[in-house]
Design a protein around this ligand. Structure first.
Ligand SMILES: CC(C)(COP(=O)(O)OP(=O)(O)OC[C@H]1O[C@@H](n2cnc3c(N)ncnc32)[C@H](O)[C@@H]1OP(=O)(O)O)[C@@H](O)C(=O)NCCC(=O)NCCS
Length: 143
């Protein structure tokens, strides 16, 4: 799964703001790969995007999306939207009622996309980021 780490590093390098919120990339990567569910989008074996989200705390009503990255060469072809849709379906199938995420206030592309996908602001997470949430349609409770 080193390609996941590479993709996180790429997103961090190109972001004009602090993409990882001051966190060390290896700590983030280890947390993602050990504690999260991960859905990947690949083309001819090459990782073009992934979304990772927590479903391990079943005392919560929401699943938290901790990372979504699309490789620069895969952007603007619907992969980000598709990954978030898959993530919502997977979380709903596990019985979660909501998706939540944290987004940097200067990440205008992502904030705008999540809003158009039904997310709303909840509150400030830090001085430079916001929590957002989106209700899910839960038809099956599998947890
Ligand atoms: C945000 C991100 C996930 C979007 O992924 P993507 O695969 O390019 O998004 P999609 O192709 O599904 O885009 C859907 C729509 O969002 C909008 N959009 C996406 N990227 C855009 C951009 N750079 N500028 C303007 N609008 C954009 C468009 O309306 C687009 O639809 P269109 O291409 O038909 O016009 C991607 O840019 C990324 O990985 N960024 C770095 C990491 C990041 O910010 N992750 C999110 C953290 S919360």
């Amino acid at each position: 799964m080193t390609d996941i780490r590479n993709l996180i590093a790429l997103c961090r390098e190109e972001a004009p703001y602090d993409f990882l919120g001051g966190r060390d990339i290896d700590i983030v990567y280890n947390k993602i790969t050990s504690l999260s569910d991960i859905l990947q989008y690949r083309s001819e074996g090459k990782l073009l995007g992934f979304v990772s989200f927590y479903t391990n705390d079943t005392s919560l009503d929401f699943s938290f999306v901790n990372m979504l990255c699309v490789a620069p060469e895969g952007r603007r072809s619907g992969i980000g939207k598709l990954l978030m849709t898959w993530c919502g379906e997977a979380a709903a199938t596990k019985g979660f009622k909501e998706l939540r995420l944290e987004v940097h206030t200067e990440n205008y592309v992502a904030r705008d996309l999540w809003k158009r996908m039904g997310f709303e602001d909840i509150s400030d997470a830090t001085a430079a980021s916001k929590y957002m949430r989106k209700p899910l349609q839960t038809s099956i409770r599998a947890r």
